[in-house]
Design a protein around this ligand. Structure first.
Ligand SMILES: Nc1ncnc2c1ncn2[C@@H]1O[C@H](COP(=O)(O)OP(=O)(O)O)[C@@H](O)[C@H]1O
Ligand SMILES: [Mg+2]
Length: 241
C-alpha cells in the first residue's frame, strides 16, 4: 500500500539544517498494525506527517498504491488526505465550538456526503467507540479518554485506508489509554491499517510490527515478539531480546 524510498526530511532553521529523517526506506501493507518508536527527537512525528501527506520529503520517494505522490497537485493531495488518511493526535484536536456529533460529521462535509447520511454515519461511529450517551457534549464537557474516542470516530468518518495516530494515549490515564488501544486493536482486526507513534514500550506492544527510529534512521524493523507484553528496550536499538 505504502512504499518509502530513501526519504529524508531536513528542516532549515536559519543557519542550521536539522535532519529529522535520514534515508528511511520501508513498506507498509494493507491490514498491518505498526508502532513507530524511538526517543524524543528521533523523527517519529515527522515520519507520521510524511506518511499522512501532511508534509513532503526533502528527498526520496513516497508511493501510495504505486502512485508517486510528488506527481499530485494540491487539490489531489487534499482529496487523498481526506479520503485515505485518518489522523489521531495526542491532544485530540477537536473543534471546541462543535459537539461530538458535529465533530465527527466535519470530514464528511468536505467529502460532500449528504447531510442525512452524515448524521447517521456519525452516530454509528460514535456508538462504535461507546460514545452513544455523549453525542451532544462539547469537548470541554468530556474527559480526555472520551475526547480521544470522539477523535477516533472522526478519523474514521471517511472510512480511511490508513489510520495514523501520534501518541494517542500520551495524555491519558492507563485505564483510558487501554480503552483507546483496545479500540485500535479492534479496528485493525476489522481490516483498518494502523500506524501508531509511541515512546511507551507497553503501548508499542499492541502493534504487530515495530519500527524503531534513531536519529532519523530505521534502527529496527521487526514483528512484535510478544503482543501486549512491554517490549524489551534493547529492541529499540536494533538488538534482539
Ligand atoms: N517544523 C520543524 N522545524 C524545525 N525542526 C523540526 C520541525 N519539526 C521537527 N523538527 C526537528 O526534527 C527532529 C525530529 O522531530 P520529531 O519528528 O518531532 O521527533 P519525535 O516525534 O520523534 O520526537 C527534532 O530534532 C525536531 O526538533
Ligand atoms: Mg513526536
Amino acid at each position: 500500500m505504502i512504499r518509502l524510498e530513501d526519504v529524508t526530511k531536513i528542516y532549515t532553521m536559519g543557519e542550521v539544517d536539522v535532519v529529522a529523517l535520514n534515508g528511511v526506506s520501508l513498506e507498509i501493507q494493507r491490514g498491518e498494525f505498526v508502532s513507530v518508536m524511538g526517543p524524543s527527537g528521533s523523527g517519529k512525528s515527522t515520519l507520521l506527517h510524511i506518511l499522512g501527506a501532511l508534509d513532503t520529503p526533502t528527498s526520496g520517494r513516497y508511493y501510495l498504491e504505486d502512485v508517486d505522490i510528488a506527481d499530485l497537485d494540491d487539490a489531489e493531495m487534499s482529496r487523498i488526505r481526506n479520503r485515505h488518511f485518518g489522523f489521531v493526535f495526542q491532544s485530540y484536536n477537536l473543534f471546541n465550538e462543535l459537539n461530538a456529533l458535529e465533530n465527527v460529521m466535519m470530514p464528511m462535509v468536505y467529502a460532500r456526503v449528504p447531510k442525512r447520511e452524515r448524521i447517521e454515519r456519525a452516530k454509528a461511529l460514535l456508538s462504535s467507540v461507546n460514545m452513544d450517551h455523549r453525542m451532544k457534549h462539547y469537548p470541554n464537557q468530556l474527559s480526555g479518554g472520551e475526547q480521544q474516542r470522539v477523535a477516533i470516530a472522526r478519523a474514521l468518518a471517511n472510512n480511511p485506508t490508513l489510520l495514523l495516530a501520534d501518541e494517542p494515549t500520551g495524555n491519558l490515564s492507563s485505564v483510558q489509554g487501554g480503552e483507546i488501544l483496545d479500540i485500535l486493536c479492534n479496528l485493525n482486526d476489522e481490516g483498518t491499517t494502523v500506524v501508531m507513534v509511541t515512546h511507551d514500550l507497553k503501548v508499542g506492544s499492541y502493534a504487530r510490527r515495530l519500527i524503531a527510529l534513531r536519529d532519523g534512521q530505521v534502527a529496527a524493523d521487526q514483528p512484535v515478539p510478544e503482543r501486549f507484553t512491554p517490549l524489551p528496550s534493547t529492541i529499540l536499538e536494533g538488538r534482539s531480546a
